[in-house]
Write a protein that binds this ligand. Structure first.
Ligand code: SF4
Length: 451
């Protein structure tokens, strides 16, 4: 079996550790507030904080989508939602001992550009008037090429945004039809050119491989079309077919999905074309040109990773506002209610909307660092105190990875090889004690059933 086949197994993306399936289904809100305030105090003046706002509305349903979104064409929903986010910000603001210093700000969704440019500006003014902006800030947003207008780009530019990420996915008309995301190439071209005209210095495209009706020919065409627009970054994600949680995926005829072998070939083809055209494989499905900050951060060892994916700003506090948003206080995670109904109910009662989360213990903090180091720097050093646990769970995994040429390792640490970069998630898994322990439990149960 070749390596891409061998390592083609479901592995988390490690935007958090522990990963969400190992969190508790409830959270002590008072404890979360305490941890939030303490961590804020430690982070704010030293490095600033990161802010994520989830804007969940979309006008049409893309049938592959696994995001938390609300489909509507009624734009009167914008006002109620903006007021809720502003109120949520005020609830958090009361827990901050000082004026927050915003270093990183990202608008995600849903479709942030569902909101009118004027409303986005009002929302941002309401949040930022009560904050300082870090000298090295990076503000970015996710734009839908069909509805990101020059006015959106200008309004956000005026609020300090310099990076936009467009959901492109695939340029092929048949693929677009079956995923219900009709998005002519001209729209992507216009949105990209307008972003550059306004002054954005980084344009990212999201692409997905493994979508229904994708073929090697259609993928080659799609990627060459994308390369012709010269995006600075490309995120090339694997389609996750989970119709039991994302109901719209049930609309697909499963026979139209590429099989595992073709899916792998689609990825290999994409990687080959991107790298042949000047993009560097950063790891975990990301490619960047050498003038982009993502490449520089990776090359110079200051890349960071959080719920927004790879980022060039390292802060230990990410505050998530809006329905389903996740906050990361370094030693604790908290997620907001996933339905608008529950989210609005909490905020209107002057309560934080947190519903589930996790407080990390000492072991989690150490292993989180190993996973972050591997995914961002391609290497990590072990703490002596962790050696007994590493020996029990991780070293046997490392031996296997080394045999396949993915890493070098000894009792001091691990370094990812050039070959291993394509399998970063699989290497991170060797440090995922929660997953390894649960797999061992599962094996034990199967074994005891068998005897
Ligand atoms: S993929 Fe984006 S635009 Fe499409 S439904 Fe999901 S969140 Fe909305």
């Amino acid at each position: 079996m070749n390596l891409p086949e061998k390592y083609n197994v479901p592995v988390p993306r490690y935007t958090s550790y522990p990963t969400v399936p190992f969190w508790k289904n409830s959270i002590d809100a008072e404890e979360w507030k305490k941890v939030f305030s303490q961590q804020f105090e430690g982070c704010n003046n030293a490095e600033g904080i990161s802010l994520y706002m989830h804007l969940p509305f979309c006008e049409a349903l893309c049938t592959y989508c696994g995001c938390n979104k609300k489909i509507t064409t009624n734009h009167s929903v914008e006002e109620e939602y903006m007021q809720a986010i502003i109120k949520e910000w005020k609830l958090y603001r009361a827990l901050m001992y000082d004026v927050p210093v915003i270093r990183e700000l990202h608008l995600g969704g849903g479709t942030p550009t569902f909101f009118s440019p004027a409303n986005l500006q009002r929302l941002l003014n309401a949040i930022l008037k009560d904050a300082k902006i870090h000298a090295q800030h990076e503000f970015s947003f996710e734009g839908h090429p069909n509805n990101t207008t020059k006015e959106h780009l200008q309004a956000l530019y005026d609020s300090g945004f310099r990076r936009v990420s467009y959901g492109v996915q695939d340029h092929n008309a048949k693929v677009q039809k079956i995923i219900n995301r009709i998005q002519p190439f001209e729209n992507v071209q216009r949105a990209t050119e307008e972003a550059r005209e306004v002054g954005y210095h980084s344009v990212n495209f999201d692409h997905i491989y493994g979508l229904p009706l994708q073929t090697l020919e259609s993928m080659e065409q799609t990627i060459l079309q994308t390369i012709s627009l010269k995006p600075d970054r490309i995120a090339f994600y694997s389609y996750a077919h989970v119709p039991w949680t994302s109901k719209a995926q049930r609309l697909f005829d499963e026979n139209d999905l590429p099989d595992a072998k073709l899916k792998m070939q689609l990825y290999q083809l994409g990687k080959k074309l991107f790298t042949e055209h000047g993009y560097t494989d950063i790891g975990m499905d990301h490619f960047a040109v050498q003038t982009d900050d993502l490449y520089k951060a990776w090359n110079e060892g200051w890349l960071h990773r959080n719920f927004m994916g790879y980022t060039t700003q390292r802060t230990n506090m990410l505050l998530g506002l809006g329905v389903s948003s996740i906050s990361d206080a370094g030693v604790a995670f908290a997620q907001n209610h996933k339905t608008l109904h529950d989210y609005y109910a909490s905020i209107s009662n002057n309560k934080l909307a947190v519903t589930k989360g996790y407080f990390l213990n000492e072991e989690d903090v150490a292993f989180r660092k190993y996973i972050l180091d591997i995914s961002c720097k391609g290497q990590t050093k072990f703490f002596e105190k962790d050696l007994p646990v590493l020996e029990t769970y991780t070293f046997s995994e490392l031996k296997n990875l080394e045999e396949d040429g993915l890493i070098f390792w000894n009792e001091e640490g691990v370094t990812v090889t050039e070959t291993g970069r394509q399998f970063i998630r699989n290497i991170c898994k060797a440090f995922d004690l929660h997953l390894l322990r649960s797999e061992q439990m599962h094996e034990k149960k199967l074994f005891s059933k068998a005897i």
